[in-house]
Write a protein that binds this ligand. Sequence first.
Ligand code: NCD
Length: 334
Amino acid sequence: MMRSEPRALQLNDQGQLKHFLTLDGLNKAILTEILDRADSFLNMGEQSVKKVPLLRGKTVVNLFFENSTRTRTTFELAAKRLSADVINLNIETSATSKGESLLDTLQNLEAMQSDMFIVRHSESGAPHFIAEHCTPNVAIINAGDGRHSHPTQAMLDMLTIRRHKGQFEGLKVAIVGDLLHSRVARSQLHALKTLGAEEIRLIGPKTLVPEFFAQMGARIFYDLEKGLNDVDVIIMLRLQKERMQGALLPSESEFYRLYGLTESSLSWAKEDAIVMHPGPINRGVEIASEVADGKHSVILNQVTNGIAVRMAILSITMSGQLQNKMTDSSGGQH
Ligand code: NCD
């Protein structure tokens, strides 16, 4: 199968986003535009009428081939606050029948004249595949694909960091735990580098923090105390057992002893460090309850910020598609 470059695929001729598949290749201006727009939507969330008509008359389909609560619900809320009509489809699928079932599903949904598909799939590359095969002017948003990428999660994390720390310059950010299976961490790495964080540290056991991450501009630590020393932001990750093959860990209790974020390990970070987690959290496995519910935790802020970031991404890609359509109908080159 011929694959087009995701960066080329997701931008229109004017360099605006028309799909949102990966952060790889997106520049600081685009990421900052998303954060600025999300900030303005966040202020709107405090008003009694939370709706704006930016997606009125548009049909958005949540196409989730893999389970999700937070991500699906916040996408749904985001689309509804933009006045779109939203349909939720949870489709169980097997990896082997991927190509066939994806195309079949796609054709059926296209026949319903949808304007946007929000796609979560256990196979890396599935949203990209859909973006290549769907009819023009339908926006595809990646809501998490395999262990490849979860760009809207990374952007809501960036919004949370910016709102608490003001800027990225000078920040030391630690990502702790199961890096190997984490699409969230891969997207966060792109975002943090592009937005100018001073240092990105990845902390965990050798089996879950492979050395190739160093090529992505991060420092690797196998010791939690050394890794957390002096950091401004701590991002904890869940052990993604559904993606693990074979024994990568001695035991959960051993993992907690060495890498769990407790009140005592948190004291190694800066005094005003914030604690983040994409969820779902496993208390007593990667994070202690006192820390998850404590004063450093911004885990629930992340959820709220997720709605605003998704509103920003949905409205930006929809106008990128519209612009594309206008260029097409005026005879623009593609
Ligand atoms: C993450 C995911 O699905 O990749 N969760 C999320 O989107 N909120 C992380 C995880 O599953 O651990």
